[in-house]
Design a protein around this ligand. Structure first.
Ligand code: SF4
Length: 347
């Protein structure tokens, strides 16, 4: 099967039945992975601050700087959360917080350096999302390249593609006009890759985005991977509407796994397609039959929990589900960058 165009993807979405999507996604998945094998991580998202000036209308998490209820976690708070993660057998932290104008770049560098110093190789962490990275570089009035270097020097290996939602300028203007432009997002991600850091692609579906907007997001992601590279994986999750200004309803599990399949087929240059246990719970595992090969078991994420996500801490019970579906599941650790920047860009 050769690479499909946006028009072919649209046709497949509108006319293809579940079996066809499943079969084609399975073909692309088999280029990278054993058919009945999947990998997973146990992780905790640490929301270090809920203060944010971006005011995205789909967010139930943030408070404005002068509102009650704002917080910034201390190092001790962060260490306590990491210790709990280690106790349940996890070793991956995802730092994710609001655009807090009172936090300088040094806050982030000190925090990440202290985590690296205290935990060494026992814990890996996704330091920030691209969205937060854009904010903190702009606020510090330094280039994206310099910000990436400063973070790398503080022991950071990963800045994920989180906070992307739908990467079209129209979507951003409708829902998150103070967050970043799509051009900024990809310029920042390019600087992250060129600094030798690892990154990922993400997507969130289920707002009011059109099919064309979803396809534009996939096209931009595939183009970035062709031109720049460095996208370790693609994770798609679903919007949780509860408590948000925008509101709305959740999409069905069937629509989710169909979109995972289409993403697997379209993103033929991304090795890992990840399914979201955080937002789909037990239903997430069916997406393994639709092209996904990897997932997290999260033990906390205040951002999505405030909007209605439910976290199940029975990790063995969760792992029994893909096993019943016929998958051998294997724990994996977050990889560190292994190659010099120049060869990463040309490989
Ligand atoms: S989604 Fe992120 S950037 Fe947007 S308001 Fe919420 S915390 Fe702020």
């Amino acid at each position: 099967m050769s690479r499909i165009s946006v028009d072919e993807a649209r046709e497949l979405w509108l006319r293809g039945d579940d079996e066809e999507l499943q079969r084609l996604a399975g073909e692309v998945r088999a280029r990278y992975h054993e058919p009945n094998h999947a990998t997973y991580m146990v992780m905790r998202i640490i929301n270090y601050t809920n203060v944010c000036v971006a005011q995205c209308d789909y967010c139930a998490f943030y408070v404005l700087p002068n509102q009650d209820g704002g917080y910034v976690l201390s190092r001790e708070d962060v260490f306590a959360k990491i210790d709990e993660l280690l106790e349940v057998g996890g070793d991956l932290v995802g730092f994710n917080g609001g655009f807090n104008p009172r936090l300088p770049l040094d806050y982030y560098c000190d925090l990440f350096a202290s985590v690296r110093e205290r935990y060494g190789d026992r814990v890996e962490f996704y330091a920030l999302t691209v969205a937060e990275f854009v904010f903190l570089a702009d606020r510090a009035r330094i280039s994206y390249a310099e910000a990436a270097e400063r973070l790398r020097d503080a022991g950071v290996y990963w800045i994920t593609g989180g906070g992307s939602e739908i990467l079209t300028e129209d979507f951003r203007a409708r829902h998150a006009k103070w967050k970043y432009t799509v051009a900024d997002y990809f310029e920042a991600q390019r600087a992250i890759v060129e600094a030798g850091l690892n990154t990922t692609a993400t997507m969130v579906i289920g707002f009011d985005e059109t099919l064309d907007e979803r396809l534009e997001h996939l096209q931009r992601t595939r183009d970035f991977q062709d031109e720049v590279g460095g996208l370790f994986s693609f994770l798609c999750w679903t919007y949780k509407p509860y408590g948000t200004a925008f509101g709305g309803r959740e999409i069905s599990p069937q629509e989710y796994r169909r979109w995972i399949a289409l993403s697997r087929i379209f993103l033929d240059n991304v090795k890992h397609i990840r399914t979201s246990v955080l937002t789909q719970n037990e239903d997430a595992f069916r997406a393994l039959d639709f092209g996904a090969d990897d997932f997290d078991l999260p033990i906390e994420d205040e951002v999505t929990q405030k909007a209605g996500a439910r976290i199940d801490l029975d990790l063995e019970g969760l792992l029994a589900i893909p096993r019943r579906l016929g998958y051998e599941v294997e724990y994996r650790r977050a990889e560190r960058p292994t190659a010099p920047v120049a060869s990463r860009l040309t490989s």
